[in-house]
Design a protein around this ligand. Structure first.
Ligand code: PLP
Length: 390
């Protein structure tokens, strides 16, 4: 390739190396597992220490000042990333908790069906399998290749008895990207709602909930938003809020929670109506600090960098004679790559001994890159994998 046509490497506001230096795990490890858990950044550690300091110094009075403000700041930060209004964002303890609150709003009488993909994360169908005795019926759309699901398969499955379509933006076992705007059109054409599990997408892929016309979207700090476990985020479209009355609830859902009105549950006008009890404040501090990296760099830049790194990872795997499972080109794929191997757990353990951290799922090893990775991480992983080749 001549100099004139070589693509310019993607840049960031500070150097990629400077960002990487904020993640201490890279002092010793090649970390290629953001799809399971984002690495711990210095800003996140400092934010949790700030929380501990306030707890130590202020006790309960921290609630009425900085902690309360931090909850609002987190909802606003999430909203900014999703293209939502802060009033459309609720905090939840986990994706499962957020999904349960949404699932509890529906009656499942005239519309008992909930359409999910068989490659979705299990906690998505579980919400409605758990409601089978109350009338919900889960309709599984089959993935023909175990990677993604063609939009036509959803089209066939959605009908006038469908309450919700609930599926992933990025499928966790493959990295395949779903066209959520097309799904919203299909769902709405038949009077159904669209709920998107975007745990594996927000941060590494641009998401605009209004442009996509999604009704609900769940994501959280654990993976690409770098906030660790303990807090998840629910977007609910403003126009739906008044009509939705979650049966999974608590005092944070009340419009005036400090009135302590025992007799009446008046839901908040905002998405707060989906909240329940006291959130994990340490996780809230961590969550907002993790988001700071993503906001500062910008999702478009992260996506461009991901495309470079994922291409290098796929090339490396192929050069070892392995067959990464990919569907379509890079635009149809996020930064998660799975590779069939005979004994995935043994390969993960062997790489761990070489300081390379990856993960496994049934039948495959799973690797993922993020903006803080380098070609050296990939080379180190390939060198270690080579020793595992038969
Ligand atoms: C796509 C996806 N959805 C949901 C979950 C699980 O969410 P939670 O444990 O917060 O319920 C995971 C994995 O952690 C996931 O990858």
């Amino acid at each position: 390739m001549t100099e004139a046509v070589r693509p310019r490497p993607v840049t960031s506001p500070r150097s990629w190396r400077a960002y990487r230096d904020e993640f201490a795990i890279f002092e010793r490890h090649a970390y290629l597992n953001t799809c399971s858990l984002g690495a711990l950044g210095a800003r996140v550690r400092a934010a949790v220490e700030r929380f501990l300091g306030l707890w130590n110094e202020w006790g309960a009075s921290a609630w009425y000042g900085p902690w309360w403000a931090e909850l609002d700041a987190l909802r606003a930060s999430v909203a900014g990333l999703l293209g939502a209004d802060p009033d459309e964002v609720a905090l939840a303890p986990s994706i499962s908790g957020a999904l349960a609150a949404v699932a509890s709003c529906f009656e499942y009488r005239a519309r008992p069906r909930v359409v999910v993909a068989d490659v979705d994360f299990p906690t998505v169908p579980y919400q409605w399998l758990a409601r089978a005795e109350r009338g919900a019926h889960v309709e599984f759309v089959r993935s023909p290749d175990g990677l993604g699901v063609p939009i036509e398969a959803f089209e066939q499955a959605i009908d006038e008895r469908t309450a919700l379509v609930a599926t992933s933006h990025v499928y966790f076992q493959s990295g395949a990207v779903q066209d959520i705007a097309a799904l919203a059109r299909l769902a709405h054409a038949r009077g159904a709602y669209l709920l998107v599990d975007a745990y594996q997408s927000v941060g590494q892929l641009p998401v605009d909930v209004h442009a996509a016309d999604a009704d609900f979207l769940v994501t959280g700090g654990l993976k690409w938003l770098l906030g660790g476990p303990g807090v998840a985020y629910l977007y609910a479209r403003r126009a739906l809020l008044q009509a939705l009355r979650p049966a999974v609830s608590g005092w944070f859902a009340h419009r005036d929670q400090f009135a302590f009105d025992t007799r009446h549950l008046e839901y908040a006008d905002t998405a707060r109506r989906f909240e329940a009890g006291t959130p994990s404040v340490a996780a809230v501090y961590a969550g907002r600090a993790g988001l700071e990296y993503v906001h500062e760099i910008g999702v478009d830049r992260i996506r461009a960098r991901q495309i470079e790194l994922t291409a290098a990872l796929v090339d490396g795997l192929r050069s070892l004679g392995l067959r990464p499972r990919l569907r379509g080109d890079q635009t149809a794929h996020a930064g998660i790559v799975t590779v069939p191997v005979e004994d995935p757990s043994a390969v993960v353990a062997a790489l761990r001994r070489d300081g390379v951290i990856i993960d496994s799922r049934p039948g495959v090893i799973r690797l993922s890159t993020y903006f803080y990775n380098t070609d050296e991480d990939i080379d180190r992983a390939m060198a270690s994998l080579r020793t595992q080749m038969p």
